[in-house]
Design a protein around this ligand. Structure first.
Ligand code: C2G
Length: 156
């Protein structure tokens, strides 16, 4: 059966289950999928107005080591998609439905699919909970730790 070549684009910062589920959905778009993921470079994220926590090299290495991913390329600009679709002989461009309609212009070159996102998880949420935790005054954290230690001893 003919291999279907699929491409997607994204930052994949603080890699989480929402990213993994998306990649797995892409792999299941056909019986035999070759999946290319274009990971946004740090410079392109600045263009996107996104502050990343994890540098490009690490984000790319993590994505490249996901079982269902066959190739990782850098995403350096908004304009490279058409060229990528031609270069890698792509059959399907697919991305989360938060981008619904934004890439319909690619229909001239390949199929365009928008996939459901995974609820209740996002890099922004992760960053917010990290920021909340870090905003707790150190004394309070130490006090909480001491209480936990006492409770632990009482339970022994
Ligand atoms: N995603 C998802 N569920 C989540 C979070 C993200 O399905 N809970 C999907 C997004 O819809 C996207 C992919 O995971 O398809 C990567 O998400 P981001 O890293 O946020 O990518 P984004 O910044 O949207 O970059 O040119 C396109 C852009 O580079 C897309």
């Amino acid at each position: 059966m003919a291999k279907k070549r699929v491409i997607t684009y994204g930052t994949f910062d603080m890699f989480h289950i929402g990213h993994l589920r998306l990649l797995q959905r892409l792999k299941k778009l056909a019986d035999d999928v070759e999946l290319t993921v274009a990971v946004s470079t740090d410079e392109f994220n600045e263009l996107k107005g996104k502050k990343v926590m994890i540098p490009y090299e690490q984000r790319a290495e993590i994505v490249a080591n996901i079982k269902c991913v066959d190739r990782v390329i850098p995403e350096k600009s908004w304009e490279q998609k058409i060229e990528d679709i031609k270069r890698y002989n792509i059959d399907i461009f697919a991305i989360g439905e938060d981008w619904k309609g934004k890439f319909d212009y690619l229909k001239e070159y390949c199929e365009v699919v928008y996939l459901p996102r995974t609820k209740d998880i996002s890099t922004t949420k992760l960053k917010k909970s990290l920021a909340n935790f870090l905003s707790i005054p150190k004394e309070d954290l130490i006090k909480a730790f001491e209480i936990l230690e006492t409770l632990k001893k009482d339970l022994e």
